[in-house]
Design a protein around this ligand. Sequence first.
Ligand code: IPE
Ligand code: IPE
Ligand code: MG
Length: 245
Amino acid sequence: MPEAHMPEHVAIVMDGNGRWAEQRRRSRSWGHQAGLKALRRTARHGTEIGIRILTVFAFSSENWNRPALEVSRLMDLFMSALEKEVKGLHENGVKVRFIGDLSGFKPELRERMLAAQELTAANTRSQLNVAANYGGRWDIVNAARTMAEQARDGQLDPASIDEGLFGSRLALADTPDPDLFIRTGGEMRISNFLLWQCAYTEFYFSDVLWPDFGKDELDRAIAAYQQRERRFGKTGKQVRDHAHA
Ligand code: IPE
Ligand code: IPE
Ligand code: MG
């Protein structure tokens, strides 16, 4: 695949772990464990083929509403994943970041997340953003609140608030918007993922359940992306003339 057509930033809603496990008459938590393996495969392949930024939805602000046992098993899985995966990611040159309201997690988990961020902060080969206790509306409200506080304190002129400034207060402030959004598991919805950031993102939906996702599926999604014409409000002719100019 030509490098030039590679999406720079891919966002993934890793959905379908529960159904994958239920089909096998196993617990939903077992499905989440298989989901972690799929993430490992996918992230590794993504780095190899030159995707610079991968942002994955691991736990939404609404996922707390699941049965307590599933939530607590997921927290255990996050704890052990942080222990086992971070070293390998670091050796591979991956910068890890967490986006979301980390104050919702217990201190031990939060500390591991912050430690992983610190350890990998200087890595430049690729970036893995893990959205945990993340909601697109939370992100937008959070940005609005911090700007309102600064305006109240006289540090920000409300007239200076534009899209650029607003975007700079969001969780992925220093990151280009996703080029490609992938959702597995057959549902065609955004489920409160990157609401602001996906304004011009290309969407790709797959029926494959997340634990079955991997190299070939990622290649398929990228191939579909490469067939799209991104117009950003312009006409197709404008876009094609510019591309050939
Ligand atoms: C996504 O898989 C993982 C998380 C939300 C943590 P699901 O657990 O939503 O799987 P399904 O949609 O029930 O199959
Ligand atoms: C979205 O999946 C969140 C994650 C993948 C972490 P959900 O399974 O929670 O989404 P809904 O509830 O089907 O919309
Ligand atoms: Mg789901």
